[in-house]
Write a protein that binds this ligand. Sequence first.
Ligand code: HEC
Ligand code: HEC
Ligand code: HEC
Ligand code: HEC
Ligand code: HEC
Ligand code: HEC
Ligand code: HEC
Ligand code: HEC
Ligand code: HEC
Ligand code: HEC
Length: 306
Amino acid sequence: MVGSKTLGQAVFWLCCASAWASPQYVGGTACKTCHPNITVDFYRNPHYQSVASGKEKPEDTGCEGCHGPASDHVTAKGDKTKIGAYSAMTPKKVLDSCLRCHAESLGRASIRRSSHSQAQIACNSCHSIHKARSAKYLLASTEQRNLCYGCHGNVRAQFALPSKHRVNEGFMTCSDCHNPHGATAPGTGMGGRPRMMQTALGNEEPCMKCHTDKRGPFTFEHAAGRVDGCSACHVPHGTANAKMLKRPAVFTTCLECHNGLGDFGRQGDGVKLTPSSHNMSDPRFRNCTTCHVRIHGSNSDQRFLR
Ligand code: HEC
Ligand code: HEC
Ligand code: HEC
Ligand code: HEC
Ligand code: HEC
Ligand code: HEC
Ligand code: HEC
Ligand code: HEC
Ligand code: HEC
Ligand code: HEC
């Protein structure tokens, strides 16, 4: 039951107080006088589309689409506390503000659960709306890799090792393998994939996008990659070892699992020993892949010999 007095108050607060007390949308032209450079540059911003179309509601267009209604800010001749000022927002507030429009395309759940969001890295750590340096995507650096290296300095060194993917040379980008907005395993409704791995074709590792011959399915699959995927044997950023292998020689990579210890950690027991027919003191046997040529999987031989 709502008394008539309460109802009257409610109606007052709804229709009158809000109109009288809260700031209104004034449109972008009002900003030009005091923020001339930002306003002029804005014509080239992809966010100008909403202004150009002229079809959006005031809260979804132009400066106020991000900074919120600005009448109080204008009346006060530029009071910073009376406008949506990103310099004063917590990372979570920034996320909320941008996701109002971008949640659908980026995936609301995966971006909120991403390692970046969890670590308080928000949109404006990587994107710059008014001082973008890149030709596309409003990035805060001219090159994507430099943006990432700004915080992941150790990774820069990995891509400078002798056996590596050519990211520093500009043939690939970090986002060929990672999704900086976080990635969710499709169809599982689960949280983020580890290391924010980008997915190719459904739930695959991103590697298959380019190394299609490793995709399979093979009649005889090498179960080595079942848990860690390609990273069971390769270091995808780069290493000092040939073919980006984890270990300096092929056989040391193999013996990590086929070692006769009957236990190689997470894959569990049951890995076949390197057979006794293989004389490890004979150098011929050390280069395992001269015989096990289909090391990633074979359609004709259980032991990957052809
Ligand atoms: C009468 C001049 C004036 C007008 C008109 C004006 N501003 Fe401002 N604005 C200022 C001044 C001055 C500041 C700096 C205040 C400070 O640093 O304390 C400011 C600060 C801001 C900030 C805060 C920046 C930050 O993060 O520190 C934003 C956002 C902003 N204005 C947006 C707008 C928008 C959008 C409009 C148009 C709807 C607008 N302003 C119109 C004078 C104006
Ligand atoms: C897509 C969201 C978005 C739109 C649209 C937008 N801004 Fe901003 N604005 C930001 C963000 C984020 C910042 C914080 C600095 C940055 O990341 O570039 C900012 C910063 C500012 C600042 C502080 C000064 C500075 O350079 O840091 C002012 C003033 C401002 N904006 C005014 C405007 C005006 C005027 C418009 C319309 C012409 C506008 N903004 C449109 C997101 C937006
Ligand atoms: C860790 C850095 C980083 C963070 C944080 C980040 N982005 Fe991005 N974003 C990028 C990079 C890099 C690209 C370009 C990807 C490419 O080249 O394929 C991009 C692309 C985009 C694109 C255009 C392409 C697309 O996928 O639709 C949009 C829109 C976008 N980001 C919005 C956002 C929003 C909104 C947030 C915050 C909720 C955010 N980004 C947070 C790095 C980041
Ligand atoms: C009012 C809705 C709205 C808000 C709020 C908004 N955007 Fe956008 N954004 C758009 C539209 C519309 C486009 C252009 C169409 C497109 O590419 O999807 C766009 C495009 C982008 C792009 C892609 C540029 C390109 O080159 O493809 C990035 C990056 C981006 N926004 C980041 C942000 C960030 C960061 C924020 C928060 C500071 C933000 N947006 C807030 C509507 C919005
Ligand atoms: C503003 C700093 C910053 C920028 C820029 C940045 N990152 Fe991050 N990144 C972090 C932080 C902080 C974490 C979480 C802590 C950690 O694991 O290092 C993280 C985590 C990650 C992770 C997950 C690591 C894990 O163990 O789960 C990946 C992958 C990653 N970032 C890739 C990128 C890529 C690709 C870019 C460029 C598009 C980028 N980052 C840009 C700060 C940043
Ligand atoms: C060829 C695919 C690929 C490319 C390109 C790539 N990564 Fe990775 N990255 C991976 C994989 C796979 C892992 C997980 C490795 C593991 O867990 O053993 C990883 C792990 C990471 C991690 C977490 C572990 C660590 O070393 O700190 C970060 C951070 C990271 N990558 C950042 C980047 C950045 C920044 C770039 C671009 C300069 C980049 N990656 C390019 C595939 C790639
Ligand atoms: C965007 C395409 C692309 C993606 C994604 C990609 N690679 Fe590559 N990869 C290449 C190219 C191109 C080469 C050839 C070497 C070069 O760039 O000089 C290569 C080479 C390699 C090599 C052989 C290096 C040598 O010395 O012959 C290995 C091993 C490798 N990639 C593993 C991976 C793994 C593991 C992943 C996923 C984590 C992956 N790649 C993702 C494009 C890709
Ligand atoms: C059991 C360990 C192991 C796993 C798991 C593994 N690789 Fe390899 N990979 C190797 C070995 C060993 C070589 C070197 C073969 C040689 O000496 O000719 C190699 C070579 C390569 C090469 C370069 C030569 C070629 O065949 O094109 C690429 C590319 C490659 N691997 C990609 C991948 C991808 C992508 C995955 C995940 C689907 C993967 N590898 C998983 C062991 C592995
Ligand atoms: C990450 C652990 C791991 C690594 C590293 C690894 N393997 Fe395996 N390998 C397995 C598992 C698990 C199986 C399936 C169980 C089994 O048959 O022993 C397997 C199966 C095999 C088989 C088939 C055995 C059969 O008769 O069915 C051969 C041959 C083989 N591996 C050779 C190699 C060679 C050569 C290398 C090095 C290039 C290597 N493996 C690296 C885990 C690994
Ligand atoms: C000269 C060729 C050759 C080389 C080099 C070689 N293998 Fe083999 N491997 C074979 C043949 C042939 C078989 C199947 C017959 C047998 O069991 O001896 C086999 C079988 C295997 C099996 C399956 C054993 C089983 O019980 O089914 C494993 C595991 C294996 N090799 C691992 C390795 C590893 C690890 C290396 C490198 C240290 C290696 N092989 C090097 C030829 C080779």
